[in-house]
Design a protein around this ligand. Structure first.
Ligand code: NAP
Length: 255
């Protein structure tokens, strides 16, 4: 994508979780293209570092911060560091997520807890940590990652993934209502099948192609397409949208 002439997120500070690869990396790049300063979070230190390195070639500032979004002290340290470094936190994108294709009979408690924790509790912990800074700034944008799975049933992941992504939608609505008086919006994106490691590492190419053919727009989505939606929700143009869940799925789910 060419760098927009007009940078709607200039001087805004954004944290994107799970931005070492896939959709998160594309989101970080797009927000940087729109002028935001970036803190690139990931569990994987070297992936976070390489995303930040890539962003530094644009005009904005980008740092990486390794943290597990399920670890409250680690999340707090990341947000404190961001606020100390930039003086504010304006945008949080809760993108970090994991998926396992396990059937219910085979999901053990540890796997259930981990999937719920990364996809749902992570969004809660990161949101809680940034809210004081957004309230202080009198402006904030939180974009949570649900999925088509959150509205229907996951075709790729197990029941824990479907449950976590449905939970993200409830959390989004509730938080949106609580923080609306502070000029903070909270929305969820619900991607369909997007071409990332998460999909490639879970289903084989033949099954992926069959899914893609079944969509009204017969292909997988691209990370950059989801990133454009997130950038819109993070902008002033989306000021009257809150508590919403926006589908981006090639027409796979129409409700
Ligand atoms: P991805 O390629 O697997 O990337 C997810 C990133 O999150 C990875 O870099 C991963 O790091 C990181 N991560 C995992 N656990 C973390 C933790 N505890 N703390 C910090 N970072 C962590 O997945 P993706 O396809 O880009 O998915 C991004 C988001 O979109 C997820 O929330 C996913 O559920 C959602 N989504 C994806 C699709 C799709 O079709 N791809 C569809 C609907 C929704 P490691 O590699 O080190 O684990």
């Amino acid at each position: 994508m060419d760098m927009p002439q007009h940078q709607p997120l200039r001087d805004h500070v954004a944290i994107v979780t799970g931005a070492g690869q896939g959709i998160g990396r594309a989101v970080a790049r797009t927000l940087a293209d729109h002028g935001a300063h970036l803190v690139v979070n990931d569990l994987d230190q070297s992936n976070a570092e390489s995303t930040a390195e890539e962003l530094r070639s644009s005009v904005t500032t980008a740092f990486h911060f390794q943290a597990d979004v399920t670890d409250a002290p680690g999340v707090q340290a990341m947000v404190d560091w961001t606020a100390d470094t930039f003086g504010a936190v304006h945008i949080l994108v809760n993108n970090a997520g994991i998926l396992f294709p396990t059937s219910v009979m085979d999901i053990d408690e540890d796997e259930w807890d981990r999937v719920i924790d990364v996809n749902l509790k992570g969004a809660f912990l990161c949101s809680k940590a940034v809210l004081p800074h957004m309230r202080e700034a009198g402006w904030g944008r939180i974009v949570n990652f649900s999925s088509t799975a959150g509205k229907n049933v996951s075709t790729v992941g197990g029941a824990h993934y479907t449950a976590a992504k449905a939970g993200v939608l409830g959390f989004t609505r509730h938080l949106a209502r609580e923080v609306a008086p502070y000029n903070i919006t909270v929305n969820a994106v619900c991607p369909g099948l997007i071409d990332t490691e998460m999909v490639r590492g879970t289903i084989d190419e033949e099954r992926t192609r069959a899914y893609a053919r079944s969509f009204p727009i017969p292909r997988l989505g691209r990370p950059e397409e989801v990133a454009n939606l997130v950038a819109f929700l993070a902008s002033d143009q989306a000021a009257y949208i809150t508590g919403a869940s926006l589908d981006i799925n090639g027409g796979d789910l129409m409700i």
